[in-house]
Design a protein. Structure first.
Length: 253
């Protein structure tokens, strides 16, 4: 695949040409069910593309590892193409750096073995000075699983090895939890949620980044729960968040 000729260097719509090259180079690859591409034609003769190999159901982990190795070599020779692989409901980006790609492959393996995880996406997302930066989005089967997976992936658990570098991590599934605005573990937001959950039934909660406060907490408790008491528990557990902590009720009023 690496030796095929390319006309992308002189193409006016370079993003379109890159996508066509990707599709041609990977066409007919065993165990690939579908090839998806994007075309970003920024300026004449400039552009980028993302190519995703969607693997057939039941593709073995060894075969996924083999394809990751081939994709890593491909993107190392095509710097304007982002290479991705989708296998077992987990989609991830393959980068030229062998160490970073090895970490992502290990995370793919552990996520596919985690029955708390329904779907996930691991994407290379450099931003400003953070060149080695990952954005990870996971959908869990329920709220309990969502928080457990979040902790495992970020710092506290031993089931998933956290990726090195800066990480934006979002986990949802009855609960929406995300790293705080500085890509750190949202300790106070989680503490507020767990304080309420320990005393009252929680219908849903959102623990997400907020540019002003650093974190924002929105907790919906079941109908009939003392909202004032629940709010007091949450704010006591997260004293630095102040008005960014809100507790409402599932009742109609």
């Amino acid at each position: 695949m690496l030796g095929l000729p390319s006309l992308t260097g002189c193409a006016i719509d370079k993003g379109t040409a890159l996508a066509a090259d990707f599709e041609e180079n990977w066409a007919g690859t065993p165990d690939v069910a579908n090839i998806r591409t994007t075309k970003n034609n920024t300026l004449p003769f400039k552009g980028t593309s993302t190519g995703t190999l969607v693997l057939k159901n039941g593709t073995s982990a060894d075969r996924v590892t083999e394809l990751v190795g081939e994709m890593r070599k491909y993107v190392a020779h095509h710097d304007k193409i982002t290479g991705r692989i989708a296998a077992d409901d987990i989609t991830f980006t393959v980068v030229a750096d062998a160490g970073r790609t090895g970490e992502v492959l290990a995370l793919w393996r552990s996520l596919t073995a985690d029955d708390r995880v329904a779907v996930a996406d691991i994407n290379d997302a450099p931003w400003k000075e953070a060149a080695d930066r990952w954005r990870i989005e996971v959908t869990a089967v329920d709220a309990i699983g969502a928080l457990a997976v979040f902790k495992d992936m970020y710092a506290e658990g031993d089931r998933h090895r956290p990726l090195s570098g800066v990480i934006v991590l979002t986990v949802k599934g009855g609960l929406f939890v995300e790293t705080d605005f500085n890509d750190r573990f949202p300790a106070e937001a989680i503490a507020a949620y767990e304080a309420v959950l320990a005393q009252y039934p929680v219908v849903s909660a959102t623990l997400r980044r907020d540019a002003v406060s650093g974190s924002a907490v929105s907790i919906v408790v079941a109908e009939g729960v003392d909202r004032d008491r629940a709010g007091e528990l949450a704010r006591r557990a997260a004293p630095n968040l102040g008005a960014a902590v809100k507790v409402t009720s599932d009742s109609a009023d």
